[in-house]
Structure formats: structure tokens, C-alpha cells
Design a protein. Structure first.
Lengths: 483, 478
């Protein structure tokens, strides 16, 4: 078995027992990347020289020191909206095609401090707007299970890289399902932490009040180990929360007797593809046999979540993306006649179609004339949904749901029907609106051989419980591996 | 027609916290362009703001000093618009829930006191500065000022003349200086005001259409701009036309204002809550702590000066308008023990110098202690009035102690009776013509002798002693 197929836990063990050195390991990964990436298009930047140097440095630490961080020498990769000092961070946009951040994101610093090695940066939907990773100046990401299909999005590169063994793990960002849905489409684990648990400092903003940096990993245990590194209060992010550290990798797989799991009837309706529904129901039954208590519940307002989500996220995006004006950095039209012409031309050329659509939508929703009926109303819906979740969590420990009503769809299939694309997000956006942690765990495949994921949503800061129940699912379903 | 003038001010004041509002960069005026910036205040992609708690403290301090209520819960909003000096293309401000509201400031208009309502004081960030290049080749931007903390003080439209507007701005400047939240250096733009003005026919209750004039950075500009705008609106209304709600730019050189943008174009700032900053909760203890740190404010100080030192209201008002000057007065009064003398000297000699050379004298070698010592010499009759002025001149140049100057320049009054008597005898003897005049009843001759004698004593004679001995001396010839 290729060493690149191994989990973080397994790889760390190999490094610790000197079965392989960190630089040899990284070279293996680059061989794999060179072989597979042309078909999958997960990486948009490869940092081979830097990575080999970093791996050699990591090896030196391991050779000379007894107290080595657990992740030392582990090759990883980041979605291209997470700032890496002096390494291009493009958001898959022409606007930032040559952008070299002058600083590093907090999560990247934490990963460097723990000895991991950055292999490169990952493809995505432009500015994280989309759920298929097709809206990218670098071209679409292809699903490693079948390259005729999408990898999901917006963190499609993150999910595809981990699924095809081009990194031991990856970080992505989840604004409305951007980690969970591609994880589900690619058959890997994807965790969106509670809002405020992971610093957003250095994550290029799309929708500030919704998005979180999260993890895509080969299994649940890896996810817990990486959580231990990236969580924690950051004074640079005022929305990050101060709370005692937890060990997310401890106690996984322990007894789930009596854990109350609720199934919102609104998310198990007719829109759900039959095959997907069957695999999920089957998975839930197996949790029941392991001691979980299943009940139906209702989150009546969740059907409006999609509208609230698109209004709020686009509104924030219209403001967050206004800074790309061609003045200080980013794409600039050189033939502009005056300042407003410079703005107009630079932005017209720099942004892709989907990004422009969201900016326009958000600008409209925030306008003095429409703010009450759109933006403010969406905030009200958001509050109601949050309250409905809180009430449900008074009774239940976990809410289980599909991640997506379908498995991966064909490339190009939905590109000309943005509304249809938006509506598929209904299963994932509610957790972002309410700031709740949610994880996607592979639980089976459809007839086409494409992966299916199940979603577990928990109370704020209940990641440990989610991972523990996720571990049970993993133990039942096994890891999905591409042969 | 005759109109009532209705004016409200929006006053922007930079807070003198040591670092900027959302990052650790130094908050200082000037510096090499773009050297006091970091990814956060440059609005680089992915950066986030972290509120400097001092800014909150300073804003609350200003609010308490202007009798405002302090919001236990306030929040920040984004005001969106494109401008090259604004790196995020939005300004973080407090649009819907300001930190301070519902206050007032009392101003003195002639002999009356008038209460002006303060609608709100909110916190916001300043923008960079656009510099039009001297070569005419495009524009340059300096972001050193980007992210400097500001408060905006919004008054109620309680002002009814350009003069009142000026006085209010002066009063608020004094309060901000007393509370030490702002330097209020108007020439550096750290205090600037927008004037909102409308006219209302006398006796009418319907408010007129108001215009706004932005970024006035001197008291004089505020008064002149308001005056000119009131006259312009009156001309427009008198000719039967309408005043448009618009923003105008005041040109202080030409003494006129022009519309800033197209009348048709209404700015929509699309304000919404800033998602990167949590709401601000302020508790009673924090407010009480700040309240306790507020020094005696100008109005209270003036009353105390009138009662404690017995100086005239007018003098007390002028002296307390400037905190440093008031501090000098108080210290000098303590040192010399004669507050009235100190107040007289401030109102004449010091004010004269301030008018001629600006406020620099208040930040020079002169301080309350040495000024008091000089006046103590004068009060005891140890030096003359002219000598006291001379000591001040020298002190401003060298910074020496008054006693050192007095001794070095030999300015102490000459009281040696035999020496004075001899000098007098000599002057009388060597001026027979004047003596004859005196004997023949021309009293003017006495003044002539006094002048001659004082000159002979090099200005150090004690006039009353000289007068007494001279009178005796001349008596002998009558
Ligand atoms: Zn800064």
C-alpha cells in the first residue's frame, strides 16, 4: 500500500519509528501529486522546494529532540483562501491571481508550529462561492472517484486532495456546507467546528458571520488530532471564543448508549434521492443497534434557511469583497480613465460570474430600499432557526441529516442553473446560520460507486460527542478507499 | 423675509490613544508615509479588527464630560462606500447603537448661558490621506492615518447663530482637552466639524431643508461658513427658489461653498452590523471608574476661580478655556499669593503674547512656578513692572530661574537710601534750569527729575522712595 494512503495517525507512527524520514515522505507525496493532480486539479500551487526544506527541518527536530510535536513532519495542504505568507493565496480568482499575503493565517502558524509541512494550496470555488468547485480560474476540481463528476464545493480541492491521497489532511472553509458537502462527495471526513472555536484570522472573508475554517481528513481520529492543534482563542479574531482546551482525540469510539439522536422530518422529505436516503437510514439503524436512541423531530423554519443564508452571505460578501478595487493589490485594469472607471473595469475583469452574481444580490439586499424586506428579514429567520435548534437540543444530543440530497453530479450539469445549485445547500446551511458544529462522515456508496455522507449536527462546542458518534459510524461503514 | 437660523454640528475628534483602533500600530500624527501601517489597518484580505479597549474608555470619558448617558450595550456597523483612502471600502462606525447618547454642553453666549443638546457620541475609524502628487502624475495615498480612532459628536440643532456654533466648538474643544482624550490640533485635522444648517421663517414651526458643509477645521471657518451659508439660503428662499438637501464644500480662501456631488446622486451606505466585532457590553463599574478619573471641567473651574480667587467672571472664563493656561494661573497664584495680580498679568502680558505668537508660550520654559516667582518679586516691590517683563523675555529665551535672571541682570530695586539721596542731589544740582522752573511753580519739572533719576538708577529705583526723597530735596529750595 502506498504510504500516502495512510492516515495521520499511521504516518506519525512510521515517522516516529524511523520507518520513513519526513523528507522521503514528502517526496512520495509529490510523486503522487505529479501523477494524479493533472486529472483531479486539486492543487493550484505546489510548494515542492519549500516543502522539502521544511521536511528536512522537521526530520532534524525529530532526530535531535525527544519532545517532538505529534504532527511533526506530516504533509498537509490548505484551501487557497487561507493566507500563507509569501506563498500565493488566490481564492481561485483572477482578482488575486498573483496575490502574495504579507502575513500568515493563525491556523497556518499553528500548523507550522506543530511541525507539519505545507505541500501546496488547493483549488476551490472563487472566493468560496459555490458548491461544485467549478467556479475557479484554474478550472474545475474533478472527483477522484470518477473524474467526470464534481468534487463538491467550495472546498473541492481540499476534499479531492485527501480522498486521492495527495495530502495527509487538508483545511478548508465552510460558509454554508463548503467542507461537509465536498467531504461527502469525495468520501472523506469533513468537520465544520462551532463558530468561534477556530480563528478566522487570515481566512479571506466571504461571509464573516457564517464561515469557519475546518478539517478534511481520512478518518475521525485524524480529525480529532488536528482539532487539538487548530482550535483556541486568538486575540486577532474578536469572534473567537475563550474556553478551556479539550483533547478531541481522546475517548473516540466509547459507548454511545442512550445518546439521543433526532431526525428532522423537514430534511428527510421527497427531495432526498432514494439511494442516499436508504444508505443514511441504514447507517442510523446501525447507530441504534449500538445504543443510540433515535427520534423524529421538527425544525419547521429550516425550509427557509436557504433564503436567509443566501441573503446574509451575499450581503456580507458584497461588503467583504468591496476592498478589491485595483488600488493596493490584486487585479488592476491599466487603461482606466479615472477612479470610478478603474474600479469598474478592474472588478469587471477580476471577478467571475458567480462572484458578481453574489455581490449584486448582496448589494441589493443591503440597499436602503430593500434592507428591511431582505437583509433584516433574513436576520429574523436566522434567529428563529437558532432558537428552534436550541429547543431541539434541550431534548436531544445530536441532530442527524443528509449532507446533500444527491451524490456528486456531473461536471457542467448544473452550471447554468444557479438556483437549482443553491437549493441543494438546504441540508448544510442551517448549521452555519446557528453557528453549530457539524460533521460529515462517509457511510456508503450509490450504484454509480459515488460516496454518500451522513451529517451530524451538535450543540455549540459538542465536537467531541460528534466525533465519538462519528467514530461509531466509521467503525460500521469502514473507511471508503479508492482502489 | 427674516429667518431663524438652525444649526447642528457633527464634530470629529481623533482620540490620542497610543495605538490605533483595531491594530497595534502607533497612533501618531505624521511620519514617513505608509510606515505606521500593518495588514490590519491596510485592510489586507483575511485580516480582522480587534477593538482597542482604550478607545472605548476615551469615548466614554468624553461622553461623561458632556453629560451623556452611556449605553450598556452598543455595537459596530459597516458603512460601505468606495474611496481610495479607505482600504476596506467600508468604515467601521457605530450607526445604530452609539456608545454615548442624550447629553448636553453649556455654552456662554454674551452674558447668557445656553444649553446645547448632544444627541450622540460614537466611535469610528479614520481613513488614510489622499495626496495629489506635486508632479501632477496621479495621486498618492498615505495610510498612516488609516485606523486612527475617532469620536463623532453629534449635537442637536440647538444652535441659532454662526457665533453660537463657533462658541460650542470652542467649548467642546476645551472639554476634550481637559479630559485629555484628544489633542484637538485643528491644523493637523485632529478636530474637524461638519455644519448642518437650515433656515426657518421667523414664527414658523416647519423646519427648513438643511445643507451640510464638511470638514471645517478652524473656529473661524465654522463661523464664516455658517454665516455665508445662512446668507446664501436666505437669498435662495427670498428669490422663491428651493434649498436642496445637499453636501457642500466650503472654500475658506474664496469664502464660498459649492455643492460636493450631483444633487440627484443620493449616497446609500448600506449600513449593516459589523460581523467581525462582537457587541460591546459596558458595566457600571467600568463607567464609575472612568467617571472618577474625569478632572474638574472648565465650567466648574471657572466658578471656583470666581469664588475662591475673586477674579472677574470674564477673566475666569477666558483663563479656564485653556487647560494649560488655567493650570499656570493656579500654580502661579499659589506661589505668589496674589491671584488678582496673576490674573491681570495673564489677561494682559500672556494673552498679548498668545495672540501674537500662538499657544507656544504655554508649552515653553514659562510655567506656573516661575511665573509665580516673577510676580512675587513684583508684588513685594523687589523688581519693577518693566523689570518683570524683562525677566519674562529672558526666561523664555534661556529658561533660567527668575532669581538667577534678577541677580545676573541686577534688576533688584535700588533701596540704599544714601545712594538714592546722592543720586537725587546730583541730578537736581546738574539741572539748574529745571530747578528754577520748579521753584517758579512749574510742577511739570518734578516729573522731569523723576525720569532723570530713574534713568540714572537704571530703572531699578523704587518710585515711591525716589518720590519721597526728591520731594524733601526740592523742599529745601522753596
Ligand atoms: Zn495597523
Amino acid at each position: 500500500m502506498s504510504i500516502c494512503k495512510k492516515t495521520v495517525t499511521e504516518t506519525a507512527e512510521l515517522l516516529r519509528t524511523r520507518k520513513i524520514s519526513a523528507d522521503e515522505l514528502v517526496k512520495e507525496y509529490f510523486d503522487e501529486i505529479k501523477k494524479k493532480n493533472p486529472d483531479i486539479n486539486a492543487y493550484v500551487t505546489i510548494c515542492e522546494d519549500e516543502a522539502i526544506k521544511a521536511a528536512e527541518a522537521a526530520q532534524k527536530i525529530m532526530d535531535s529532540n525527544n519532545d517532538v510535536p505529534y504532527l511533526c513532519g506530516i504533509p498537509m495542504t490548505l484551501k487557497d483562501n487561507i493566507c500563507t505568507k509569501n506563498i500565493k493565496t488566490t481564492c481561485a480568482s483572477k482578482m488575486l491571481e498573483d496575490f502574495l499575503p504579507p502575513y500568515s493565517a493563525t491556523v497556518y502558524k499553528k500548523l507550522l508550529d506543530s511541525g507539519t509541512v505545507l505541500l501546496g494550496k488547493l483549488n476551490m470555488d472563487e472566493f468560496a462561492m459555490g458548491n461544485s468547485s467549478e467556479h475557479s480560474i484554474f478550472g474545475a476540481v474533478h472527483n477522484p472517484w470518477n473524474t467526470a463528476f464534481v468534487a463538491g464545493g467550495s472546498s473541492g480541492g481540499s476534499a479531492a486532495s485527501v480522498a486521492s491521497n495527495l495530502a495527509a489532511f487538508a483545511l478548508g472553509s465552510d460558509t454554508g456546507g463548503g467542507i461537509r458537502q465536498p467531504a461527502s462527495f469525495c468520501g472523506v471526513v469533513g468537520l465544520k467546528p462551532t463558530y468561534g472555536l477556530v480563528s478566522r484570522y487570515g481566512l479571506i472573508a466571504f461571509a464573516s458571520s457564517l464561515e469557519q475554517i475546518g478539517i478534511i481528513s481520512k478518518d475521525i481520529t485524524d480529525c480529532g488530532i488536528i482539532m487539538n492543534v487548530i482550535t483556541g482563542h486568538d486575540p486577532m479574531d474578536s469572534t473567537s471564543i475563550k474556553r478551556p482546551a479539550e483533547d478531541y482525540s481522546e475517548g473516540l469510539g466509547k459507548n454511545i448508549d442512550g445518546i439521543k439522536i433526532a431526525l428532522p422530518k423537514e430534511l428527510f422529505g421527497s427531495e432526498l434521492e432514494k439511494e442516499v436516503g436508504n444508505v443514511i437510514n441504514d447507517t442510523l439503524k446501525r447507530l441504534e443497534s449500538r445504543g443510540a436512541v433515535l427520534s423524529d423531530c421538527s425544525l419547521p423554519t429550516i425550509e427557509n434557511a436557504i433564503h436567509a443564508y443566501y441573503i446574509i452571505s451575499s450581503s456580507e460578501a458584497s461588503s467583504n469583497l468591496a476592498r478589491y478595487d485595483g488600488i493596493r493589490y490584486g487585479h488592476r485594469n491599466e487603461r482606466a480613465e479615472n477612479i470610478s472607471d478603474l474600479y469598474r473595469k478592474s472588478r469587471t475583469e477580476g471577478f467571475g460570474q458567480e462572484t458578481k452574481r453574489r455581490i449584486l444580490l448582496g448589494t441589493y439586499a443591503l440597499s436602503a430600499e430593500h434592507q428591511d424586506e431582505l437583509y433584516k428579514k433574513a436576520l429574523k429567520v436566522r434567529n428563529i432557526i437558532t432558537r428552534e435548534f436550541r429547543n431541539a437540543f434541550d431534548e436531544y444530543d445530536i441532530i442527524a441529516a443528509p449532507v446533500s440530497p444527491v451524490t456528486a453530479f456531473k461536471l457542467q450539469e448544473n452550471l447554468n442553473n444557479p438556483l437549482k445549485m443553491y437549493l441543494k445547500d438546504v441540508y448544510t446551511v442551517a448549521a452555519n446560520l446557528a453557528g453549530l458544529p457539524a460533521v460529515s462522515i462517509p457511510c456508503g456508496k450509490d450504484k454509480k460507486g459515488l460516496p454518500i455522507g451522513i451529517q451530524l449536527i451538535g450543540k455549540p462546542f459538542s465536537e467531541k460527542l460528534l466525533l465519538n458518534v462519528g467514530k461509531q459510524i466509521e467503525m460500521e461503514a469502514g473507511r471508503l478507499e479508492i482502489i | 423675509m427674516n429667518y431663524d437660523i438652525v444649526i447642528g454640528l457633527e464634530i470629529h475628534s481623533e482620540l490620542k490613544t497610543s495605538s490605533k483602533i483595531f491594530c497595534g500600530c502607533k497612533n501618531e500624527f505624521g511620519g514617513e508615509p505608509n510606515t505606521r501601517c500593518c495588514p490590519v489597518c491596510l485592510g489586507m484580505p483575511g485580516t480582522l479588527p480587534a477593538l482597542n479597549k482604550r478607545v472605548l474608555e476615551y469615548a466614554i470619558k468624553a461622553g461623561l464630560a458632556m453629560n451623556c448617558r452611556i449605553a450598556g450595550f452598543s455595537k459596530f456597523d459597516r458603512k460601505n462606500y468606495f474611496y481610495p483612502d479607505m482600504p476596506k471600502a467600508y468604515q467601521v462606525t457605530q450607526h445604530s447603537l452609539p456608545i454615548c447618547y442624550d447629553g448636553y454642553v453649556d455654552i456662554d453666549v454674551g452674558y447668557e448661558t445656553k444649553r446645547i443638546g448632544i444627541e450622540r457620541i460614537h466611535i469610528e475609524e479614520d481613513a488614510g490621506k489622499l495626496i495629489h502628487s506635486s508632479t501632477g502624475q496621479g495621486s498618492l495615498i498615505d495610510y498612516n492615518r488609516s485606523g486612527v480612532p475617532l469620536i463623532e459628536i453629534v449635537t442637536k440643532p440647538d444652535l441659532n447663530s454662526p457665533e453660537e456654533a463657533k462658541i460650542l466648538l470652542e467649548t467642546i474643544k476645551t472639554i476634550l482637552e481637559y479630559t485629555e482624550v484628544s489633542d484637538c490640533k485643528m491644523q493637523e485635522g485632529s478636530l474637524r466639524a461638519d455644519v448642518n444648517l437650515s433656515l426657518r421663517p421667523i414664527g414658523s414651526n416647519t423646519p427648513g431643508v438643511r445643507t451640510e458643509m464638511k470638514n471645517l477645521n478652524s473656529f473661524r471657518a465654522v463661523q464664516r461658513a455658517a454665516q455665508a451659508e445662512a446668507e446664501r439660503q436666505a437669498r435662495v428662499l427670498d428669490s422663491g427658489q428651493k434649498v436642496y438637501k445637499e453636501t457642500r464644500r466650503w472654500d475658506d480662501h474664496k469664502g464660498e461653498s459649492l455643492p460636493m456631488r450631483d444633487k440627484e446622486e443620493v449616497m446609500d451606505y448600506r449600513c449593516f452590523p459589523e460581523p467581525d466585532l462582537p457587541p460591546v457590553y459596558v458595566d457600571e463599574d467600568f463607567i464609575n471608574e472612568i467617571q472618577a478619573s474625569i478632572p474638574e471641567l472648565p465650567g466648574m473651574r471657572r466658578e471656583r476661580y470666581i469664588n475662591q480667587y475673586g477674579i472677574p467672571k470674564y477673566d475666569a472664563g477666558l483663563i479656564t478655556q485653556n487647560k494649560v493656561l488655567a493650570d499656570i494661573f493656579e500654580k502661579a497664584s499659589e506661589v505668589c499669593g496674589n491671584p488678582k495680580l496673576v490674573s491681570n498679568w495673564i489677561m494682559t502680558e500672556i494673552m498679548k503674547r498668545m495672540n501674537e505668537e500662538g499657544e507656544g508660550i504655554l508649552h515653553s520654559y514659562l510655567n506656573g512656578d516661575n511665573f509665580g516667582q516673577i510676580l512675587l518679586f513684583l508684588d513685594k516691590g523687589d523688581i519693577t513692572h518693566a523689570a518683570a517683563i524683562q525677566v519674562i523675555d529672558v526666561l523664555l529665551e534661556t529658561g533660567e530661574e527668575p532669581i538667577v535672571i534678577v541677580e545676573r541682570l541686577n534688576l533688584r530695586v535700588q533701596r540704599d537710601e544714601s545712594l538714592v539721596a546722592n543720586t537725587i542731589k546730583q541730578v537736581v544740582n546738574s539741572n539748574p534750569q529745571a530747578l528754577d522752573d520748579y521753584i517758579s511753580g512749574k510742577k511739570k519739572a518734578f516729573g522731569f527729575f523723576m525720569g532723570k533719576i530713574m534713568a540714572e538708577l537704571k530703572g531699578r529705583g523704587d518710585p515711591s522712595q525716589v518720590k519721597e526723597i526728591l520731594t524733601k530735596e526740592l523742599q529745601r529750595y522753596l
